[in-house]
Write a protein that binds this ligand. Sequence first.
Ligand SMILES: [Zn+2]
Length: 406
Amino acid sequence: MSILPKMIFLFLNIPIIRSIQRFKNWNKDLSKFIWGGKKPRIKRTHLIDEKKRGGLGLPNLQLYHDACGLTWIKDWATLKKTLKILTLEGADLRSGWHAYLWYDKKSIEKNFGNHFIRSSLMKIWDKYKRRFHLKTPLWISPLEACERKELGRDNWPRYKDILIRTNNNYQIKSQEDVSKHFTNIGWFQYIQLKEYYTKDKKLGFEDQEGYWEMIMKLEKKVISKIYKKLLEWETETDLIKECMSKWAKNLGKSIQLAEWEKCWNTRLKHTYAMDLKENWIKIFYRWYWTPQKMAKFNKNASNKCWKCGVEVGTFYHCWWTCKKVKVYWKEVHWRIQKMLQIRIDLNPKYFLLGMLDIDKDRNKEVLFNYLTTAARMNLAKFWKDKEIPEIRVYAPTTEAEEETKS
Ligand SMILES: [Zn+2]
């Protein structure tokens, strides 16, 4: 993935892509590349979702673009970037940055939007502002908003400095208290503060520091932290992926989200081998073409299972319920029990999804996952064949062992 840093460099320096169409075209090209021009078999939102939620971590360019834009906004909010640069960016502005970030000054002062980088950054901020803050955030400095030019210093009192909390209410401190820490606050500035306070009280103040405050404090990895949050919002409606409901339906009982999470966050990390991981992911997303699906596209094809030729070849039938495949799994089951010296049920949840918890024995659990993955890969190799794979390929045994079995 050496493309992403290049794109981020671009987004950081010219965060002015306003047309969604451009991202759509890029996504189309990416999709064409990923699927080799064929029909995608995994939904895009699942491809871009974070790995810890069962996604595949494909970068979402639009969100990276927005995250890069928000790093600029971060400087406007913290006011910490060298003052000169902020002055340069806003040389022609009449109000302070916070006026545009929170008080919607830009709709009155058209000058703000005439600057094409500023206006496009503000567009990004407006898109997410309400998700970060429902009430007036405590990092806002009303004085900076209205007096920026006149006072011209960087030590702005923010709401968190001038408010005290009493009985779930925020009260403004007395003028003496405020000027103790901010010596430049005279009676006039205090009146201004009070005026803003009375107005902002109507909307209310945020109770605690939120995600944006956390971002404001960050020095490193700002883009990826912002990106993570944007991605979470982007994919939140797809928390339960349809393949997950399909699996629950097949197994006849619900599967807890925690069980899935263990697969994504622990079991997949048991190995670095990509083809082992790939197998689990393909099973999870029900990636394989089945006779049933093929018959939908091709009228001449039969929808019957390739192995038994009797029943409809659904995904679950081909992997588990087919009587020919059952023979294979029984054999695998017998061998695994013998190898690991354990007794387990022949349960698809264990053998297909690897959701087996062997108490206190992590090694056995890891080994179990290796063995079942190998068994699945073996079966997948003979996916379209009439016969099930020979078990010897999978685990050769001695003659003596064969005899004890019967
Ligand atoms: Zn069958």
